[in-house]
Design a protein around this ligand. Structure first.
Ligand code: SAM
Length: 221
């Protein structure tokens, strides 16, 4: 699967791609990630990507043209087939596991990271397939949302994390249960009190353990 991220701060992604399972997925060729500096698609000497908003208002707005040119070039890789173009905006649809499973079906996911006071609305209207928000709060840019989507979707790419059966579980329409987890030792002293693993998890009774996990867990959809 191929991810393309359009940003004016490409170096923010450098450490992110050099660690942990994302690094391994890249090395194994399970995913490819291309970070594109939007300024490459500007034509003026100052490499301008933003301008004042029409009608007044505070801050600057990212211009539609460089983004349009960037997306047109980048989507050529998939010859227009199996491409999903995502624009990050706090006004978008909330990102969740179901959306991640949907994105994981595409060959190429292109993500557009906004900055400043946002992006010329024509990008949302005529260029992006989906407007995505990661929550009801306003960040400074779309780079963290892009990392969140990249990580969540990559977990659903075969071979990136865990065994195949876990992958099917994570993609289920009805969702899956995320439950509290414990590891050794059985007893941990915290502020002078011995905090023990719930007995049921040590019982070996798989049926009861499953019921406990369902009760204590939260369904992720
Ligand atoms: N008023 C602007 C808007 O509605 O898009 C807010 C701009 S925000 C300061 C700059 C950029 O950060 C946005 O264009 C978007 O790409 C990203 N962003 C901020 N909060 C976000 C969120 N909750 N979800 C997704 N992207 C977000």
């Amino acid at each position: 699967m191929r991810f393309d991220i359009i940003t004016i701060f490409p170096s923010l992604f450098t450490p992110f791609l050099k660690e942990s399972l994302i690094k391994r997925a890249l090395e194994d060729g399970r995913i490819t990630v291309n970070i594109h500096d939007l300024r490459k698609w500007t034509t003026d000497p100052h490499k301008t990507v933003d301008d004042k908003p029409f009608g007044g208002g505070s801050g600057m707005v990212m211009k539609a043209e460089p983004i349009y040119k960037a997306v047109t070039d980048i989507r050529k890789y998939s010859e227009g087939k199996g491409v999903k173009i995502i624009l990050f905006t706090p006004r978008g649809k909330k990102f969740n596991q179901k959306k991640a499973a949907d994105f994981a079906e595409y060959r190429q996911v292109i993500m557009i990271c906004g900055r400043y006071e946002g992006v010329d609305e024509r990008v949302a209207q005529y260029i992006a397939d989906e407007k995505i928000s990661i929550g009801n709060y306003v960040l400074m840019g779309g780079e963290l949302p892009a990392m969140i989507v990249l990580e969540t979707v990559s977990r659903l790419v075969p071979g990136v994390v865990g065994k195949k059966e876990f992958l099917e579980e994570r993609k289920k329409e009805e969702g899956f249960v995320e439950y509290p987890q414990y590891t050794k030792p059985e007893s941990v002293t915290i502020d002078g009190v011995k905090r023990r693993v719930p007995k049921i998890l040590l019982s070996g009774n798989h049926e009861k353990i499953k019921k406990w996990k369902d009760k204590k867990g939260k369904t992720i959809k």
